[in-house]
Design a protein around this ligand. Sequence first.
Ligand code: URA
Length: 314
Amino acid sequence: MTSSTGIGPTLQALADLLRREAARGVESMAISHENLQRLGQLSLPKKMRSAQRSPSTPPAATPTPPTQPSGAPASPAQAPISIPTTSFPSILSSPPISDESSRRDALNALYRQLKSATAPRELGTLHDTIVFATGDPMASIVFVGEAPGEEEEKLKKPFVGPAGQKLDQILKAMEMARNHVYISNIVKFRPKIGDGRFQGSRNRAPSQEEMATCLPFLHRELEIVRPKVIVALGRTAAEGLLDRGGSLASFRNTVHDFAGIPVIVTYHPSYLLRQESGPPAEARQSKRFVWEDMLKVMELAELPISAKQRSYFQ
Ligand code: URA
């Protein structure tokens, strides 16, 4: 298994988040001398070596100074630099929230913001019901799916249909339960097929446009929860979260990085369900791949792994 550790992912995360801030209209920002020096040192080969981390030791999300409102005078300790198309990642820009009730409050506030968000609704391609997230705001593992389906929309909770039952089985094998992890989706509304009126139980993957309108909410959730590891369930979730295209196979077997948090990409539980009605050897192979990914997730989350768990597929 290869691991995208070191300077590359750090710079990639920085670039991704800077791009997102630019998309939000941020035109310039301030950076402290200290952090500016740190950035400068990133190009030194020695630093590059020391910046590498063990794949089993996730870095703590590093808070950076909050962005200065444009036009505000820079404090003497800060050198204003103009970065036209970039800014610092929002997930790194605020101090972590340490206690559970404050995290719940922050998530509730975010939910209220989503209720009045216009961008996803203006598309006209998503149903109205919000399906937000479920689980522990103190969780060390966050699972991210693509978008709710029919069952999720009915119960207003992610992963409560057949894919959710498969996810529960995976969690059980990890000796975890739903309330030990945090489960969310990139898109918070069920995507419509046609005008949505005659859709029945049919679901579809969200479009890039739909993901773009909801991603700021997921980013804020991740900023609040700050897990030790994020699991992207399926290609669509991986593309949305990592902000680039690719096949599931190309995303797997690498520890990706989202703003300093390791990301593991694995097969969507619905894929496992579909495989179950095909050749048994292929179904077993997919399950085995998912389990290998989950062992990596448990390592990154610093969870104990029993000999039995290690040998499930041996
Ligand atoms: N599939 C997803 O990606 N998310 C859900 O919540 C349910 C099914």
